[in-house]
Design a binder for this molecule. Structure first.
Ligand code: HXC
Length: 519
């Protein structure tokens, strides 16, 4: 073979590799409304930036006649490219090759990109579309999964890891996405479960569809496994690109800064009147967020899960910032097991990747009752407290309205190392709500009054006395627990000033192997 022929051979091999499992299977993938692995990578990365590795890798399995069926690349496309000019490492499982099932060699390819990402300090994005362990290979695929899991664990908190689920993801395959920072699912064709409907039926007798067991809606709304969901693959990929714009390359870098075009001293008059006079009336905390952040742009994480708390990314004066905010328009913004867990994970992510945290507080307390106690609200609430107390990134807290009891402490209070703690004049910072407090303090006196009218009048008087004393920010401000009471419409400017002052913050936690967060 002369050298020209050698070049031709290479070109032919590349053409062959790009066909994956063949035209018929590619057509079947398209017929399901799915893109191929290569098309997905093309959409994800900046045009022309993809550099592929291991195109010539093939499986080494001799069971069940597999030696006669080999495909260049073996079921996963791997490599690196850029998103908005910044390097990322990627892998995309190719469903057209043995259903994207994981072989020993496929695991090695994935591990290689993960190792490179760690060496280079760049994020990893995995696109999952796989029938799980390659059945013909037996235990080697199990070992392959574990090799990936171990790398996910070591990379956690070092480089951002993002998983897109664009097809089936079942059995042990779910655990690599579960170990990453963010999971995105599409509304069709995407599912995640440890055991599929058939096994569920045979083991427990439960009859359940694939969608109801592990579809995007279930994981985005009910289990909280999925952080994002999208109508289709294209919009999912755009969401991942958007998410990347808030994240640093690794834990030693600062998050990206974008030139701020929104005036930093923009006065948001609406905020002065957003809080209803009746403390039991809700309002939408997202309007407060929009009034503060740059250009009203907010990327919400876990938008449909535990909606009583809002978490997500925004830019404040151009700097990527994590926002945690109680949502009074859903369950009155109460803290419960799910919302505490959701916010705790988000706070820890931000802290791991040097993203400052803005906390907006309007919380009536923890949700009382046996169902919450049995579900472990003590442990879940402690997670959020732990996450805030452990975090060393700049933390600015603004109490908008209620901040009662244990929930006050949890929501980034001064003593949990909140750096700047502000309150609006509408803030109510107290041990508990007025009605509950009076019931405890005055129970005996109230019980002794027999005339109902007199009783109601007495309760009213006491409630008002309590409110006048505690339903305001000034008692907390008198102790210095609140650094300043600010005019709501001026919040953006004051928050920007606070984060500016915190740019040089240095806090180091005591040396330890690792903490023991209540899991
Ligand atoms: C080998 C597989 C495969 C697998 C699919 N294929 N899954 N090959 N190992 N695990 C092949 C099929 O034979 C078929 O080959 C092609 O991929 C497409 O599969 P279809 O079944 O035609 O596609 P579809 O109807 O879309 O169904 C997709 C599916 C189904 C739901 C994923 O294929 C399925 O149930 N697969 C098995 C899932 C499973 O039980 N996996 C093992 C889990 S145990 P042809 O040649 O026809 O194109 C596990 C343990 C890991 O993962 C533990 C780690 C800790």
């Amino acid at each position: 073979m002369d050298n020209q022929q050698k070049v031709k051979t290479l070109i032919n091999l590349r053409v062959q590799a790009k066909m994956g499992g063949g035209q018929k299977r590619i057509a079947s993938q398209h017929a399901k409304g799915k893109f191929t692995a290569r098309e997905r990578i093309e959409m994800l990365l900046d045009a022309g930036s993809f550099e592929e590795f291991d195109m010539f890798v093939m499986h080494r399995c001799y069971n069940f006649g597999l030696e006669k069926e080999k495909y260049l690349g073996d079921g996963v496309i791997t490599g690196h490219g850029t998103i908005n000019g910044r390097t990322v490492f990627v892998y995309a499982q190719d469903f057209t090759v043995f259903g994207g099932s994981l072989s020993e060699t496929m695991a090695q390819k994935i591990c290689k990109v993960m190792d490179m990402a760690m060496k280079m300090g760049a994020p990893v994005i995995g696109i999952n579309d796989s029938g799980g362990a390659r059945i013909q290979e037996g235990v080697t695929s199990l070992a392959g999964y574990a090799e990936i899991f171990q790398r996910n664990i070591m990379a956690s908190g070092v480089i951002p890891q993002i998983s897109a689920i664009f097809g089936p993801c079942a059995g042990g395959a779910v655990y690599s996405p579960a170990l990453t920072d963010f999971i995105l699912m599409t509304e069709q064709n995407s599912y995640l479960f440890v055991t599929g409907p058939k096994v569920v039926k045979s083991v427990t007798g439960e009859d359940i569809s694939t969608e109801d067991l592990g579809g995007a809606d279930i994981h985005a709304r009910k289990s909280g496994v999925a952080h994002f969901r999208s109508a289709d693959e294209q919009s999912g990929i755009l969401k991942i690109r958007d998410l990347m714009s808030y994240l640093p390359q690794n834990n030693l870098e600062e998050p990206p800064y974008e030139e701020c075009t929104d005036p930093i001293d923009r006065l948001e008059d609406e905020l002065n009147s957003i809080i209803p006079d009746n403390p039991n009336m809700p309002y939408d905390m997202k309007r407060v967020i929009n009034g503060i952040v740059d250009n009203q742009e907010f990327l919400e994480v876990h938008a449909d899960y535990a909606r009583n708390i809002i978490v997500g990314f925004a830019r404040i004066n151009g700097a990527s910032t994590g926002i945690v905010a109680n949502q009074p328009s859903f369950l009155a913004g109460v803290l419960d097991c799910d919302s505490a867990r959701k916010a705790a994970r988000f706070v820890r992510f931000c802290d791991a990747f040097n993203i400052p945290i803005l906390t907006l507080v309007d919380v009536p307390g923890f949700l009382p009752g046996s169902s919450q106690e049995y579900a472990g609200i003590i442990i879940h609430g402690a997670k959020l407290m732990f996450a805030y107390g452990e975090a060393t990134v700049p933390k600015v807290t603004v109490t908008i309205r209620k901040s009662y009891g244990g929930a006050h402490d949890v929501m980034s209070c001064k003593q949990l190392r909140g750096d700047f703690n502000y309150a609006w004049p509408t803030a109510e910072i107290a041990v508990m709500g007025a009605a509950g407090a009076i019931e405890v303090l005055e129970g005996r006196n109230i019980g002794a009054i027999t005339d109902p009218e007199e009783k109601a009048k007495y309760i009213d008087e006491k409630v008002n006395e309590y409110k006048n004393k505690f339903a305001n920010p000034y008692q907390a401000a008198a102790y210095g627990y609140i650094d300043d009471v600010i005019e709501p419409r001026n919040s953006r400017f004051r928050i920007i000033r606070a984060f500016q002052a915190l740019q040089t913050k240095k806090v180091v936690n005591p040396l330890k192997k690792h903490s023991n967060i209540p899991l």
